[in-house]
Ligand binder design. Structure first.
Ligand code: HEC
Length: 150
């Protein structure tokens, strides 16, 4: 039993099944596990944003926002932070991801911008895509939990 407590909700569905079998005893004990920057958030950013938001990428050149490390994510754009620790509501990053007002879904414009900045349009063949709701929620939860370097 104690081992099951420690497993937490890493595998949420499994936990729910276990909790059900145990007549709900585990439900209150298993709060959601903290979202990890390294394991949860950074892979999403790497997969969907790095093609433009790392050294040499058009998004980085235009906005100054880079996803290569915790430090650069927290630094934000050349105009200021995109992440306000503890408040996803005040974090422009979440606003931007939620409302889809993002140039990554505007391919012709992006390719033109890339050409302006001396780049080729490598985006169409990259893994970048608009984030599903589940991933936006995960990033918001990470911010609400303090946006830690965990
Ligand atoms: C296809 C290239 C591309 C991809 C992929 C991309 N971006 Fe961008 N991003 C841009 C460009 C170009 C800009 C600058 C837009 C402008 O200011 O006109 C930008 C701007 C931004 C800004 C600054 C917005 C502002 O108001 O200053 C943030 C934050 C950002 N992107 C986050 C992300 C995140 C997070 C992802 C991944 C989910 C992502 N971008 C994926 C190209 C991209």
């Amino acid at each position: 039993m104690s081992m099951r407590y420690e497993e937490g909700t890493v595998f949420a569905n499994k936990s729910i099944a276990v909790a059900t079998i145990s007549f709900g005893v585990l439900v209150s004990a298993c709060g959601p596990r903290p979202v990890s920057f390294r394991e949860d958030v950074q892979p999403i950013l790497q997969h969907n944003c790095a093609v433009c938001h790392s050294n040499g990428g058009v998004g980085y050149k235009v906005s100054g926002f880079s996803v290569v490390s915790y430090t650069t994510v927290m630094k934000g754009t050349k105009f200021g932070p995109m992440v306000i620790p503890g408040s996803s509501l005040q974090s422009n990053l979440v606003w931007l991801l939620k409302h889809g007002a993002h140039p990554s879904i505007d391919m012709p414009k992006i390719c033109a911008q890339m050409a302006d900045h001396g780049g080729v349009c490598a985006v169409a063949s990259s893994s970048a895509r608009r984030l599903p709701q589940r991933e936006v929620t995960l990033i918001a939860a990470w911010i609400d939990q303090g946006a830690r370097n965990n």
